[in-house]
Design a protein around this ligand. Structure first.
Ligand code: SF4
Length: 314
């Protein structure tokens, strides 16, 4: 991997608070900041491989050229060590921390400081805007930013997934609480209608994340977590059937890469279904664009890091 000179910069500023006196903690902050820059410059392996496959299958000449432009964009972003899209999103983090992992106390500080460091190093675009005054905070930090979702799981390792949530690709998102009588059929219709209405704003081909639960908040969270699952992975049972059905239906819309028409419109459909209440059927949609930038870091109990969906990063 070609590493940008800015990726190599010393991150002493980032490490000065949360891990003071802990060399390994400082190093973790630095490596995480460097990885965030890398995520802004590179698609994860599964998304990139799927785009290459789709480019090979596309028969419409203009659509094929659009895929080739995307791949050239990726090549240049890598070669020049530059963000692959001008919208570098709002960094959001999904943490699965093992109950026996010994570094939970420093992790929030490490993530916040690595995020601030990557903002300056990458550089990332300032995208955090006060919803009432419309003023940009200027540094991507603010209330609930960076947003961190916490999950405690068995084990002595931790996993951090960062997702750079762009504006256009977040536009089709919604959550709705339906009646059980409306149920799955209405849910499918809402999703298809929403992609017809706003899918083109989200820079297709799209990753479709669907969550089902008893209430809007649970469905929304599951839909975002579904989006983080690998493209090409599959659920079980009814969720797997829904993935297949939506995948076929959404591809039949003919939106194509960049919205110019084409054989395929979605990179993949991922569904996570929880239980519903007898009186409710909550469904939510989250969407990712062709430039879905997410990356996962695994940390063992000695803070050694591995990068399962960015194997080229070291
Ligand atoms: S939808 Fe994705 S590729 Fe399009 S501008 Fe937004 S972040 Fe960039």
């Amino acid at each position: 991997m070609k590493v940008a000179s800015n990726e190599k910069n010393n991150s002493g500023a980032a490490a000065k608070n949360c891990c003071e006196g802990t060399d390994k903690g400082r190093q973790t902050t630095f490596e995480l900041a460097r990885f965030l820059c890398h995520v802004a410059y590179h698609l994860p392996d599964d998304v990139k491989n799927r785009i290459v496959e789709m480019a090979g299958r596309e028969t419409n000449e203009a659509s094929k050229k659009t895929y080739l432009c995307m791949l050239e964009n990726l090549r240049l972003a890598h070669e020049l060590s530059r963000p692959l899209c001008q919208d570098t999103g709002i960094p959001t983090f999904y943490v699965k921390a093992g109950a026996d992992w010994p570094h939970l106390g420093i992790l929030k500080g490490v993530i916040e400081e690595a995020s601030a460091e990557a903002f300056a190093l990458a550089p990332l675009r300032p995208n955090a805007v006060d919803p009432f005054t419309n003023k940009n905070t200027g540094n991507n930090a603010g209330p609930c930013s960076p947003y961190i979702d916490w999950e405690i799981v068995p084990g002595d390792e931790a996993e951090i997934t960062v997702y750079l949530a762009g504006g256009g690709c977040s536009l089709p998102g919604f959550a709705a609480v339906l009646t059980p009588g409306e149920g799955i059929e209405k849910a499918k219709q809402l999703i298809i209608d929403k992609i017809l209405e706003k899918g083109v704003n989200a820079c297709p081909p799209l990753i479709i994340g669907v969550g089902i639960g008893a209430s809007a908040d649970v469905a929304a969270k599951l839909s975002k977590k579904a989006l983080l699952r690998l493209v090409g992975s599959s659920s079980q049972g009814g969720a797997a059937e829904l993935e297949k059905e939506l995948f076929e239906a959404l591809n039949r819309l003919g939106i194509g890469p960049g919205g110019i028409g084409g054989t395929e419109s979605v990179l993949g459909v991922n569904v996570i279904a929880g239980v519903r209440h007898p009186a409710t059927f909550a469904v939510a949609l989250s969407t990712g664009c062709w430039g879905t930038r997410r990356g996962t870091v695994r940390l063992d109990r000695d803070l050694n890091m591995t990068f399962p969906d960015h194997k080229e990063f070291s």
